[in-house]
Design a protein around this ligand. Structure first.
Ligand code: FAD
Length: 283
């Protein structure tokens, strides 16, 4: 079955916006590493592609003072290899480094990954744990979406159909804070069967702030507030971490598929939460 489409290469984000607003069945094309496989399988048959993959306007990593600003077109490789990211937002850099393989990391972009919202994608866990913000532009101008309000369901986010993600703002990791992203990956695709991002602040031996984001396990990535509450205010020790991690994914409806049943995913959530917390807290 052929599936013809028009191809546009806009020179700016504004031009891209007007193209997707004029063409109801147009789709943005960034790195193409999620959209093109879906088109080849005819799971997606857009009438037009609006190629933003070469817009330099969307490719940057900037120090914004209290946050690092990432242009939506920044590749996974640029994020994993950035000194600024390693120093100020290491959780995102560490996450980018374990996405797919070098080919995927050289082409895939953070904006494309967040827009696609694959339930097994890696970034969502780190985006939630760092409490990042997603900046989008549409016909009503710009709006900023908190990570907690962004991921809604399977391949569903709060991004509107005629909106473009332009930037991701990642808060600078604070003093006395460690972070870690670990995943149990699918051996073929390397997507996360379960991935856990942890950020822990330890002051005078006590976990004063704990953030956990889990991806791969459910329809959409989620913050695990049960684990966070269980560890916050407790001593950073192997026992308190084990007790907190035992709560992982409690009350969450989890996915079950050929790679891992629901019970096994729940087990992985507990194990990887314990390991990520241990590393993030310096243990
Ligand atoms: P595209 O494929 O170009 O676009 C994806 C979707 O996002 C499209 O609907 C497009 O219209 C939309 N879009 C793109 N940019 C924007 C924007 N700025 N604003 C609004 N909408 C936009 N991911 C992981 O997280 N972990 C893995 O281990 C992993 N392994 C992979 C292995 C393979 C073999 C492949 C092919 C992919 C893998 N991926 C993995 C997915 C990869 O990270 C993709 O690059 C990413 O999900 C999509 O980014 P992209 O730039 O390629 O987007």
């Amino acid at each position: 079955m052929t599936a013809a489409f028009d191809y546009h290469r806009p020179a700016s984000v504004d031009e891209a916006l007007s193209l997707i607003q004029q063409n109801e069945d147009a789709k943005l094309l960034a790195g193409g590493h999620s959209l093109l496989p879906a088109m080849k399988l005819r799971l997606s048959t857009p009438g037009a592609l609006v190629d933003i993959g070469r817009l330099e306007e969307l490719q940057y990593i900037r120090d914004g003072g209290d946050h690092i600003a990432l242009g939506a077109g920044t590749t996974h490789h640029a994020i994993e290899s950035s000194d600024l990211m390693a120093e100020k937002a290491p959780l995102l850099a560490q996450t980018a480094a374990v996405i797919g393989d070098p080919q995927v990391r050289n082409k895939g972009t953070i904006g494309g990954s967040l827009a696609h919202a694959d339930p097994a994608a890696d970034y969502p866990a780190a985006i939630l744990a760092t409490e990042a913000q997603i900046v989008v532009r549409g016909s009503d101008g710009e709006r900023v979406i908190d990570a907690a309000d962004y991921f809604i369901d399977l391949f569903l986010t709060s991004l509107g159909p005629d909106e473009i993600i332009t930037e991701v703002r990642v808060p600078v990791q604070g003093a006395n804070t460690g972070s870690c992203y670990l995943k149990f990956h699918n051996p073929a695709s390397r997507f996360a069967v379960v991935g856990v991002a942890a950020q822990v602040t330890v002051e005078n031996g006590t976990c004063s702030r704990v953030r956990i984001g889990i991806t791969g396990a459910a329809n959409a990535a989620f913050r695990d507030s049960g684990v966070e509450r269980a560890l916050q205010g407790q001593a950073a020790s192997a026992d308190t971490i084990a007790a907190a991690a035992a709560n992982a994914a409690q009350g969450q409806e989890l996915l079950g598929d050929t790679f891992a049943g629901e019970d096994y995913r729940r087990h992985l959530c507990r194990v990887y939460t314990g390991r990520a917390l241990t590393q993030a807290s310096g243990g």
